[in-house]
Design a protein around this ligand. Structure first.
Ligand code: G3P
Ligand code: CA
Length: 253
């Protein structure tokens, strides 16, 4: 893994649109990613999973029930079945007909225009998904540092070690939801393969931010859905804030 440069203490704070601008459009769809692009955020965050017949698709939940008109697990549905679902109307009538996006479509439509923070969601359900993700990036020449803002993250640390071996030049993040993973030893271990330490904002303190930086990692934190949490994190010197509402973090939006 290989982290982008930082300039001393002058760290630029990036805004990351969580599942796209998901406060304003159906999460993880082209509508939400286009909205994020329009809002001029630095990155979109996407969740990647896999259909029964091997297509990489962008969706957060393991089941399609909450965000589409279908039912069942993504892993039990073919791409054709997934593609026939309506992934927009749950968020509002104006989004009716929005389709589940593929990983490839998102890469093709947005790379070079906006950063892409790729989460491997529940990779333990999809043996070999690391190889498929790596292949899609390599096919598009997106496995090189600096020239494209591509980062891969997961709650599954073993999966991120695999990605680090497959894509040594792509920055990697570990997603952290427990204080148990904030010890000096844990940070030292993460720093052997990760470039980003990405905690839930409830465990963020000034000390944690300094500790993460002293291990040479950046810190991106989630998920901002209120003005209060945005204000708190803006005072914390984090490197990125992951939010459903990009305008709460950066008023230019
Ligand atoms: O990017 C961090 C965040 O997406 C992790 O939580 O459940 O929204 O995927 P979740
Ligand atoms: Ca996510």
């Amino acid at each position: 893994a290989c982290a982008p440069e930082t300039t001393g203490d002058l760290r630029k704070m990036d805004t990351v649109a969580h599942r796209g601008a998901s406060g304003y459009a159906p999460e993880n769809t082209i509508a939400a990613f286009d909205k994020a692009l329009e809002m001029k955020v630095d990155y979109i965050e996407i969740d990647v999973q896999r259909s029964k017949d091997g297509e990489l698709v962008v969706m957060h939940d393991n089941k399609v029930d909450r965000t589409t008109n279908g039912t069942g697990y993504i892993k039990d549905l073919t791409f054709e079945q997934l593609r026939s679902l309506d992934a927009g109307s749950w968020k509002g009538e104006q989004f009716t007909g929005e389709k589940i996006a593929t990983f490839g479509e998102v890469l093709d439509r947005y790379h070079g225009k906006i950063g892409i923070l790729i989460e491997l969601k529940s990779p333990e359900l999809y043996p070999g998904i690391e190889e498929s993700v790596a292949q899609e990036l390599i096919e598009r020449n997106l496995n090189h540092p600096q020239n494209e803002k591509i980062i891969i993250q997961s709650f599954n640390f073993e999966s991120m070690k695999k990605i680090d071996a497959l894509l040594p030049k792509v920055p990697i993040g570990v997603l952290i939801s427990s204080k148990a993973h904030t010890t000096e030893q844990a940070l030292e271990d993460f720093a052997t393969y990760a470039d980003y330490f990405n905690p839930i904002y409830g465990i963020v303190t000034e000390d944690l931010v300094n500790q993460v930086h002293s291990h040479g990692m950046k810190i991106s934190t989630w998920t901002v859905r209120s003005h209060e949490s945005a204000e708190f994190l803006l005072s914390m010197n984090v490197d990125a804030i992951i939010t459903d509402f990009p305008d709460y973090v950066d008023p230019r939006n």
